[in-house]
Design a protein around this ligand. Structure first.
Ligand code: ADP
Length: 258
């Protein structure tokens, strides 16, 4: 039996297939038509496993766009699925911090991968992947280049005062015009996001081990800024970007084996 989890996010679509032993995940951009992109990605995934949609025993949809997926057996919240996926990727996880394209969340997880408390910011772009994209753009970079650009040890860190994405972008442009280096400004951006996320995470009393998931977890500099602010190790497991889709696939597996 093969089951699927689909995480239809604001920026990317993730699909995970699972058959009880084998697990594989695929990622695509959500684009302007996330429903079509999710359908295409699922089609590609099942073709890779030499099957088709009819060959799937159960499909769980999660994420921002889950309500718009036509073929799912059931949909579940991304909070529930991220907790389950993170507990699979890192057994013993106490807290999950997930930063995606349009939201950020901190989730307390019990020993069974179940949610015991959570907080989510999906009202404002501050501290999300979108904030990072706008800042990278103001620095003439994309998020991947920005994550790969080394911060200079001991270099001045600019302070970014504004939490609002639009005002923070103006601040970054102002700092560039004052002659500050991109690295000094980037360090300030990471500090600003880490402070905001740490304040949010504090409300769920974060427990070690803290696992960082979502696309923004791929930025090691932000990860280390977060460790400093939280004063705890922050772990980014392999496949951290797929935590939601993996959790959905595991819940789908529970459905067909219960
Ligand atoms: P969603 O689930 O909401 O679609 P994702 O978890 O896919 O969001 O995260 C998307 C965000 O991840 C993007 O907005 C971008 O800022 C960030 N991101 C993606 N890849 C990288 C990378 N290699 N380095 C740094 N940030 C990244």
């Amino acid at each position: 039996m093969i089951v699927a989890g689909i995480d239809a996010g604001s920026t990317t679509v993730k699909v995970t297939l699972y058959d009880g032993t084998r697990m594989e995940s695929w990622l695509g951009l959500a684009g302007w038509n996330p429903r079509a992109e999710a359908t295409a990605l699922l089609g590609q995934a099942v073709a890779n496993w030499d099957t088709d949609l009819e060959g799937l025993g159960y499909i769980i949809g999660t994420g921002y766009g889950r309500v718009n997926l036509p073929f799912v057996s059931k949909s579940m919240t991304e909070i529930t699925c991220h907790a389950k996926g993170a507990a699979f990727l890192y057994p013993g996880v106490g807290t999950v911090i997930d930063i995606g394209g349009q939201d950020a969340k901190a989730i307390r997880v019990d020993g069974n991968g179940k949610v015991s408390d959570f907080i989510m910011n999906d009202k404002c772009a501050a501290g999300t992947g979108r904030f990072m994209q706008v800042m990278a753009n103001a620095l003439g970079l994309d998020v991947v280049d920005m994550a790969q650009m080394e911060l200079l040890p001991g270099e001045e860190v600019c302070t970014i005062n504004s939490m609002c994405t639009v005002f923070a972008e103006s601040e970054v442009i102002g700092l560039l015009n004052q002659g500050y280096s991109r690295q000094a400004i980037m360090a300030g951006i990471y500090q600003s996001i880490a402070s905001r996320i740490a304040t949010m995470a504090a409300t769920v009393c974060p427990q070690s081990a803290i696992v960082f998931t979502g696309g923004v977890s791929q930025n090691v500099w932000l990860c280390s800024a977060l460790e400093n602010k939280l004063n705890m190790p922050v772990i980014v497991p392999d496949r951290a970007v797929f935590a939601g889709a993996i959790g959905a696939a595991l819940y789908a597996w529970d459905e067909v084996t219960k």
